[in-house]
Design a protein around this ligand. Structure first.
Ligand code: PLP
Length: 323
């Protein structure tokens, strides 16, 4: 049967609302600058095709680094992880490390933000024929700088987060290598809804053995008798997690990556989570029960202070030159 011409179809069509009542302004974006197709743009103009494999299949890798007091924190480690992910996913971009570093610096400088959340990402891209062969897609590099954001808000940082342990299982490493930072977040998002349903503020989900894995955008540590442990398998090797190991080495604290059972987490003296988005953040309640005495513990407080102090260390930072 012949299709009616497009104009007729549209005339007969019921008028649709332009915006949903939940997204009143479709053009509201965080204040920032993006880099896309060789251009620096306001965030509102940085758009991708709906045919991009990154959007249709979560076929992408990315990394997020932060800027604090006008300096990047451990940018080299983030670049290592990003370029490692590109290689493992067989993606190529027309930029080397120095180029990407310059693009990120430019995004931040043009945004003017002295505290920024800075993301570099590469999608598989799209192919002109909508081919199902990923090799036909043209990989697409993008970057952006927006204001710094944290998993925990200032009140939560002070009193500690209320976390729920969801029974959702993190996608196993045999399916997706967690060292490739990725957008496969349905397990994490389902865990978040479990947490909200139970009155908690965020979630931890499990690995394929039933041990604790990680949460939406963060790793987790527990402290027992002065010794730290963090899940070893099925988790993103976070840069903040790595930073905790480095800080522990400097401070003479024992820290080990190992299996962390749900019981070990519940029985810990202290629990904290780690992310570029917020640093080291205390957890004081798990599934409605206080962790130890329910107060932010001394090891967590000490590491939080050391973490932020390192933001003034030239060995771990690189300064942005603002116009
Ligand atoms: N785990 C997951 C799943 C993440 O997405 C992130 C960060 O986005 C982290 C852990 C923490 O990694 P990092 O400390 O490098 O920010």
């Amino acid at each position: 049967m012949n299709q009616p011409p497009m104009s007729q179809t549209m005339q007969q069509a019921r008028p649709l609302p332009v915006v949903s009542d939940r997204h009143v302004d479709p053009h509201a974006y965080p204040d920032g600058i993006a880099f896309l197709d060789g251009q620096y743009l306001p965030m509102s103009q940085a758009k991708v095709s709906v045919l991009d494999w990154g959007f249709l299949h979560s076929d992408a890798t990315y990394d997020t680094v932060h800027v604090w007091n006008g300096s990047f924190f451990r940018l080299d480690l983030h670049l290592d992880r990003f370029f490692g992910g590109l290689e493992k996913l067989r993606m190529t971009i027309p930029f080397d490390r120095a180029d990407v570093s310059e693009i990120l610096h430019n995004c931040v400088a043009l945004s003017g933000h002295r505290a920024a959340y800075v993301e570099m990402l590469c999608t598989r891209g799209a192919s002109p024929t909508f081919s199902r062969d990923p090799r036909q897609a043209v990989n697409r590099f993008m970057a952006f700088a927006v204001p710094f954001g944290s998993v925990a808000n200032p009140e939560q940082l002070q009193r500690g987060l209320r976390v729920a342990i969801s029974d959702k299982v993190r996608i196993p490493p045999a399916s997706i290598d967690p060292a490739i930072k990725n957008y496969h977040w349905l397990d994490l998002v389902r865990g978040l809804y479990d947490a909200y349903d139970r009155g908690a503020e965020t979630a931890l989900i499990l690995d394929f053995n039933g041990n604790v894995a990680e949460g939406p955008g963060f790793n987790v540590f527990c402290v027992k008798d002065g010794r730290l442990s963090t899940p070893a398998i099925g988790v993103l090797p976070g840069i903040t997690r790595r930073t905790v190991f480095d800080l522990c080495a400097e401070a003479g604290l024992a820290a080990t990556a190992m299996d962390v059972s749900v019981a070990a987490l519940r029985g810990a003296d202290e629990v904290f989570i780690t992310s570029t988005a917020g640093g080291i953040m205390p957890v004081t309640e798990i599934d409605g029960t206080a962790v130890a005495d329910g107060k932010v513990g001394p090891v967590t407080s000490r590491l939080m202070a050391l973490y932020w102090k390192k933001h003034d260390d030239p060995a771990w930072t690189s300064e942005v030159t603002y116009p």
